[in-house]
Design a protein around this ligand. Structure first.
Ligand code: DMJ
Length: 637
């Protein structure tokens, strides 16, 4: 047969001609066959040298990303690996309609087949896998992955960490903790439902008289503070219907355009801007980003001072700003102007607008160059002269969250903002030296200081410092580690003592250390408890850092006390005297009860992966903000 390489011979089998190859071959034929096999062998052998040498890769982060790159390429190519590319027929050629049909048929078959099966993720690292989990929003992650890939703004460091941080779920393996957590969720339901019923759209609820309430910090306007403050707690608890109702309210009603309200810059920032930013990080819903921008912009006129240190109050319509008359000759307050950094930095990153970060950088510039008496920060600065007001120092009222935001600015920046960490370390060193004391009974506390004199009193507000010292120590262990952990445990213990030394087992607003009393309030104006979160905040952080069971037990004591003394038919109320057997109620359900107290308690009885401290940093109102370059929900512009 002309053209055939090997000769064929006709033979009949069952009357049908079949082709056969002779048993023995001629030498020329043998040579030909050998040549074919040798050629094949050379091609296969050569191919080994052109393949990437994965075998040599070590399981380090950078090398792992090579695997991941290949994986990404395959994912990116997606259906085009199997199907004609989707731009087939462009560039002037007419697309063949049959091919298009076939393409869609094939695609449908693949889609249907893939419905229940997911492409296995490459084995990257057990640890990173363990730290993340997806209870909600696989779609969110998918779209996030796409946008991260499209923008390429995180670099390779993020790639091994592209997992869904846990926003809901997070049930603990321990049965008791699960039951306790359910109790906390029921508390949230009770608080929320009554707010919806009696005070919807108002700032807070009066649970006894069952009506709305507005503290002066919100101005006179009804801004739905409890909604914005409570929404991320609802989200974390998986209370979806309640969350949706809140979202609708925000979409339709949260608007300062025609409102004339004297807003506290600090409170509006930590509750409204902070709350909205968390919701944006959680969901990617641009409604929240837009509202955060809208509200933050209303605060900006307050920064128009000679030094850039903002004033305390701003009118939402006129922009006219002022300070409190009682604050050391019209000074601005350390805990207020020093508690803007997390929200304003993050706002700049998600909008791409530098103006917010510039404002807080300016504040940083002013305070870092000032001379500090004994290394301490007084609570007041005059915004015009940039000079300190009275030398009153406190880790409680008027000072507290300034110190918190130094540490957390460093954490939020994924430890890039080194200046913030240095300022934090120096400030805490001075506080340890001059203000941290141990009582005769062995209780560690942080005293207030007025000029050179210690006032042996600690505010409930300062009880967050247990968690703060712990977080600072654990995130950068150094030669100060043991001392800071000792103080962290000591302060948390002291705050617990202030609770259990009362009849209600709830802690007073302030407590003192004198010859005759320890960790107890003296004056009637110090004996109230307004549902504050700081003590349970430290329980949560210390539980996560140390795994000591006592913190969970202490948290449970608080739950029981709240149920016994603060729960009423119409919600939860603060009480006027923690030392009374049957204390009078103050008839206010603070919005921070929803934002902070119940959230911290819920997380205390959850698995650590729910709002992991490796991925999130709590703003001072317990709104978790994502950590840059680590948390894929950072959503930078
Ligand atoms: C909250 O608004 C914040 O925690 C703030 O930093 C201090 N006070 C309240 C709760 O007590």
């Amino acid at each position: 047969m002309p053209g055939a390489i090997l000769p064929q011979y006709q033979r009949l089998g069952s009357g049908v001609p079949v082709s056969v190859i002779r048993r023995s071959l001629r030498p020329r034929e043998k040579c030909l066959i050998l040549l074919v096999f040798v050629t094949l062998g050379v091609v296969c052998f050569g191919a080994f040298f052109y393949l990437p040498d994965y075998g040599k890769l070590k399981p380090s982060g950078a090398d792992r990303s090579v695997y991941y790159k290949v994986y990404q390429h395959v994912q990116k190519a997606g259906e085009d690996l199997l199907l004609p590319p989707s731009n087939f027929g462009k560039h002037g050629e007419d697309e063949d309609p049959h091919l298009v049909q076939d393409r869609y048929k094939l695609k449908n078959m693949i889609d249907n087949d893939a419905k229940d099966k997911v492409l296995d993720k490459p084995e990257i690292s057990k640890n990173t896998e363990d730290n993340f989990g997806a209870e909600r929003s696989n779609n969110q992650l998918e779209s996030l992955q796409t946008s991260v890939q499209a923008k390429g703004d995180f670099g390779e460091n993020l790639i091994p960490k592209l997992r869904n941080p846990l926003l809901t779920g997070g049930e603990d393996s321990d049965k008791t903790s699960r039951e306790r957590r359910n109790t906390v969720q029921r508390m949230m339901k009770h608080a929320w439902e009554n707010y919806v019923l009696y005070a919807w759209g108002k700032n807070e609820l009066r649970p006894i008289t069952k009506r709305g309430h507005s503290a002066s910090i919100f101005g006179s306007a009804s801004l739905g503070a409890s909604i914005i403050d409570g929404m991320d707690t609802l989200y974390i608890m998986g209370m979806d219907d309640e969350y949706q109702k809140g979202r609708e309210w925000i979409a339709q009603n949260l608007n300062l355009e025609n409102v004339s309200a004297d807003l506290s810059v600090f409170e509006t920032n930590i509750r409204f801007v902070g709350g909205l930013l968390t919701l944006y990080a959680f969901t990617g819903d641009s409604l929240y980003k837009d509202k955060a921008v809208h509200i933050a912009d209303k605060l900006l006129p307050a920064f128009n001072t000679q030094t850039g240190i903002p004033l305390a109050i701003v009118n939402s319509r006129s922009g006219v700003s002022k300070n409190y008359g009682w604050a050391s000759g019209g000074s601005s307050i350390l805990s207020e102007f020093g508690t803007l950094h997390l929200e304003f930095s993050y706002l700049s990153d998600i909008t791409g607008d530098r103006k917010y970060r510039e404002k807080v950088d300016k504040i940083r510039d002013v305070i870092k160059q000032m001379e500090k008496p004994k290394g301490l920060y007084p609570n007041y600065i005059h915004p015009k002269t940039g000079k300190w007001g009275q030398f009153h120092m406190s880790l409680g009222a008027l000072g507290d969250s300034f110190y918190e935001y130094l540490l957390k600015a460093w954490l939020q920046s994924n430890k890039q903002d080194v200046e913030a960490r240095i300022l934090y370390d120096d400030a805490m060193q001075a506080i340890i030296e001059h203000m941290v004391r141990t009582s005769r009974g062995g209780l560690i506390y942080v005293s207030d200081m007025k000029f050179d004199r210690l006032e042996h009193k600690m505010d409930h507000l300062a009880c967050f410092a247990g968690g703060l010292f712990g977080l600072g120590a654990k995130t950068q262990p150094n030669e100060q580690f043991s001392r800071h952990m000792e103080i962290a445990e000591g302060i948390t213990n002291t705050c617990h003592e202030s609770y259990i030394r009362s009849n209600t087992k709830l802690g007073p607003e302030s407590f003192r250390f004198t010859e005759s009393i320890e960790a107890k309030a003296l004056k009637s104006t110090e004996k109230y408890y307004i549902l504050r979160p700081e003590t349970v905040e430290s329980y949560l952080i210390m539980w996560r850092l140390t795994k000591e069971q006592k913190y969970r037990e202490w948290g449970w004591e608080v739950v029981q006390a709240l149920e016994k003394h603060c729960k009423v038919e119409g919600g939860y109320s603060g009480i006027k005297n923690v030392y009374a057997d049957d204390p009078q109620k103050d008839d206010v359900q603070q919005s921070f009860f929803l934002a902070e107290t119940l959230k911290y308690l819920y997380l205390l009885f959850s698995d650590d992966n729910l709002i992991s401290l490796d991925e999130w940093v709590f703003n001072t109102e317990a709104h978790p903000l994502p950590i840059k370059d680590v948390n894929p929900f950072y959503r930078a512009a």
